[in-house]
Design a protein around this ligand. Sequence first.
Ligand code: SME
Length: 213
Amino acid sequence: MKKKIKHGWYCKVCGQFKSNEKFSGKGRSQHICKDCQRQIQEEKLTKMQVLKMEKAQTYEQLVPQIASLIKDVDNHVGALANVSALLHSSFLHYFWCGFYIVKGDVLELGPFQGEVACYTIKKGRGVCGKAWEDKQTVVVPNVLQFPGHIACSSKSRSEIVVPVFKGEDMIAVIDVDSKGYSAFDDIDKEWLEKIAKLISPLFDTKDTPLKEI
Ligand code: SME
C-alpha cells in the first residue's frame, strides 16, 4: 500500500504534494522539489506560470458554478454545504474547507468539508478569530508558527481565512486549511474574496445568521 504523506509541501513546479525529505533546504524555501530543481530555470518558470494560471482558471470557472448552485435556494445551510463541497473537490491543496458564522460574541461552526472541527471560536483567537478581529483576510504559510492557532487537525500546515461581509457587518468567514506549508497565495486570496461576496446573500442578519431550513 502506498504510504500516505501526512504533511509536506506542494511543489510549485510539478504541483505535487511531497514529503519534507523530497525537498532540499533551498528547495523548501522556494517550494520546489529535488526532482524539479534539476530542470533548467526557463522550464521551471514556465511550469510555475502554468500551474498558477490553472489555479486561477479553476477559480474563475467555479464562480458561475457557485452562482448557479445558490440561486433561488431557500435552504442556506445546504447551499453553503454545497459550496464547501465544490471548493474542496476542486483543489488538491484544500484539506479542510468551510464556514464559521458570527453568532453573538463567537464564530460558530457552519457547513464544511473535511475532518471534524471545533464548534466555537472567540474573537481574536486562532486564525479565524484574528480575521474577525481585523476584518481582513489572513494567510498563514505555517500554522505551527502562528501564535494561538487552533489545531482542529494535527495534519493542517497552512491556512487562509477570508471574511464575509453583509454591508459593513462581518458575518462569517471562509476557512481553508492545507496539509502543505505555504499552500495559499494571492490567487487564493483574490478569488476567495470574490466568492465571499457572491455567497454573502445566503446570510441574513447578525441575529439570525442563516435562514432556517
Ligand atoms: N485553525 C482554525 C480553526 C478552525 S479549523 O482550521 C477547521 C483557527 O486557528 O482559527
